[in-house]
Design a protein around this ligand. Structure first.
Ligand code: 2AM
Length: 177
């Protein structure tokens, strides 16, 4: 099975991303076939594990992660080549959590893609179009958990399923406030 660890967004954030996608769609010339991310697939990847025979050892490794909850604001659009994404401002929270997740995987001997973390939410692949309007308003939300996702192609559609979730610690953050 194909696995990755991620954080999910609030409903308000997903709604804002869909509005941004609609703005992007307006700048795509007719006839271009762009792969738009579906709302239920929107996420921020912490570690891409890829093909792994079973979820059990991955869940046990991730269960040892002690991460802290953090706030994350969607604040801009951007792209890597023809991949369009929404970027975030999060005080380094996503990179910190990804570091903890990757450390736990490494300690358990579970391989993952070692490319450095660049927090982004992919909204379109194979994008062909102009520069769209920017993200309208920054949208803030609380990241209170991280998840293990399974990725399958079902009837040609990329489908992500949450198979496990771990709550992040709110205590340390609350004490600082
Ligand atoms: P992307 O959105 O920038 O493509 C599931 O494929 C998730 O894992 C996506 O968020 C994807 O990022 C990310 N990912 C990171 N490394 C990957 C890799 N080597 N192959 C596929 N997806 C990868």
């Amino acid at each position: 099975m194909r696995l990755f660890a991620a954080v999910l967004l609030t409903e308000e954030q997903r709604t804002a991303i869909l509005a941004y996608q609609r703005a992007l769609k307006k700048s795509v010339p007719p006839g271009e076939r762009v792969n738009w991310s579906r709302e239920e697939n929107l996420h921020l990847t912490l570690a891409f594990i890829g093909e792994y025979p079973e979820a059990g050892p991955v869940i046990r490794a991730l269960g040892r992660v002690e991460g802290e909850a953090y706030s994350l604001t969607l604040d801009r659009g951007g792209h890597f080549g023809d991949i369009r994404w929404v970027g975030v401002r999060d005080g380094g929270g996503t990179v910190r959590l990804a570091g903890e997740v990757r450390r736990a995987l490494r300690e358990a001997g579970i391989p993952f893609d070692p490319k450095p973390v660049k927090p982004h939410i992919t909204v379109a692949r194979k994008y062909r179009g102009g520069e769209p309007a920017s993200m309208p308003e920054p949208v803030c939300g609380e990241i209170g958990a991280f998840v293990l996702m399974r990725s399958d192609r079902i009837d040609g559609r990329l489908t992500y399923t949450k198979i496990w979730e771990k709550k992040l610690d709110r205590h340390a953050r609350d004490q600082k406030e």
